[in-house]
Design a protein around this ligand. Structure first.
Ligand code: NAD
Ligand code: TYD
Length: 341
């Protein structure tokens, strides 16, 4: 394991992972393979742009020819698949790209790994594949998948195909299912960066429904360390949940953001809920803890650090929010916010 193809490496978690991997393992080479969709951003990788062990290839994971050529040219032995369409609200508006990238794209990568006999294929998945989790229960890796949004269904499909390649062809696969990540370089459509940047600009924070939904907001670098742990110590063919194992209501998360930024609660707007909104996710994380991993940040610390990063890095997010984002924002929130006045 030395030559990595990191798909989706220009996105939020992928870029954080690439930087950590290159800093930690001085003999590893990383090729970031990324389509640069609206969510991909080479500015996330500025810290490694000049690193001789880093290469960038612009490409789509659905393009079997380019994937295969890239793997062969760079003598890739390990694929870590972060590439995905990732936002639930966009999947509700239009699921086409989710089906292409998250289902077909994952299949293309698996088939390439199989044909070229790679050492490892690692699939980055999500707690959302377990669906809505009732109070008192924490999802185990052995639980059946029960996705409820088009995004979650597409990710569950990717997981199932990954497991099928292990069972059928003995492809050496591992899967991690992470809870909500937050931290530097997250595209400001996701709730924590959206709310932090709105608060900085003194504009309303659109809370879906009563805001009492529960999520495990983990710090992105904790998640990246856990993926690293699974790559190096995980058992082939296994799934590992990754999260703090604690959840928080969205209203609590909102208040921590506002407190951190010194902004008033009058910015909160309760708006029409997301259709099919999963009320709660909760992961049992004993299996990853058994590999010796622990998160270094609590949920509250992760939220504070994230809000502070957005306060201190307007150079990164302001131009994103001024571009095509405005069209998305109006489609997603325009009527909701007007109705909530
Ligand atoms: P992101 O949206 O920030 O980045 C996704 C990246 O994938 C972008 O750089 C984009 O350009 C690239 N991409 C999209 N389609 C592609 C294609 N067809 N070919 C090549 N590249 C393509 O996503 P993220 O939040 O960093 O999530 C990364 C992975 O982690 C995803 O698989 C996601 O499902 C999973 N995940 C995310 C979270 C979270 O809270 N963000 C939690 C658990 C799991
Ligand atoms: P999100 O960041 O979209 O992640 P996911 O839905 O994949 O967990 O949303 C996190 C939580 O925040 C979820 O319960 C939905 C809620 N939310 C809002 O209340 N308002 C918003 O504008 C967004 C984007 C999310």
């Amino acid at each position: 394991m030395k030559n990595f193809l990191i798909t989706g490496g220009a996105g939020f978690i992928g870029s954080n992972f690439v930087v950590s991997l290159l800093n930690k393992y001085l003999d590893y080479h990383v090729v970031v393979y990324d389509k640069l969709t609206y969510a991909g951003n080479l500015e996330n990788l500025l810290q490694v742009t000049d690193n001789p062990r880093y290469t960038f290839v612009k490409g789509d994971i659905c393009d079997a020819t380019l994937v295969s050529e890239t793997v062969q040219k760079h003598q890739i032995d390990t694929i870590v698949n972060f590439a995905a369409e990732t936002h639930v609200d966009r999947s509700i508006m239009d699921a086409d790209a989710f089906m292409n990238t998250n289902v077909q794209g994952t299949y293309v990568l698996l088939e390439t790994a199989r044909k070229l006999g790679l050492e490892r294929f690692h699939q980055i998945s999500t707690d959302e594949v377990y669906g809505d989790v009732p109070e008192g229960i924490a999802s185990l890796e052995s639980d059946p998948v029960a996705p409820r949004s088009p995004y979650a269904a597409s990710k569950a499909s990717g997981d199932l195909m990954t497991l099928a390649f292990y069972t059928t062809y003995q492809l050496p696969v591992t899967i991690t299912r992470g809870a909500n990540n937050i931290g530097p370089y997250q595209y400001p459509e996701k709730v924590v960066p959206l709310f932090a940047t709105n608060a900085i600009d003194n504009i309303p924070l659109p809370v879906y429904g009563d805001g009492r939904q529960k999520r495990d907001y983990q710090y992105v670098l904790d998640h990246c360390r856990a993926v690293d742990r699974v790559l190096h110590q995980g058992k082939i063919g296994e799934i590992y949940n990754i999260g703090t194992g604690h959840e928080m209501e969205n209203m609590t998360m909102v208040r921590i953001i506002l407190d951190t930024l010194g902004k008033p609660e009058s910015l909160i707007r309760h708006v029409e809920d997301r259709p099919g909104h999963d009320r709660r996710y909760s992961l049992n994380v004993e299996k990853i803890q058994d590999l010796g991993w622990e998160p270094k940040h609590s949920l509250a610390q992760a939220i504070e650090l994230t809000a502070q990063w957005y306060r201190d890095n307007e150079w990164w997010w302001r131009k994103i929010k001024e571009g095509d984002f405005q069209t998305y924002y109006e489609a997603q929130y325009g009527d909701r916010l007007r109705a909530a006045q």
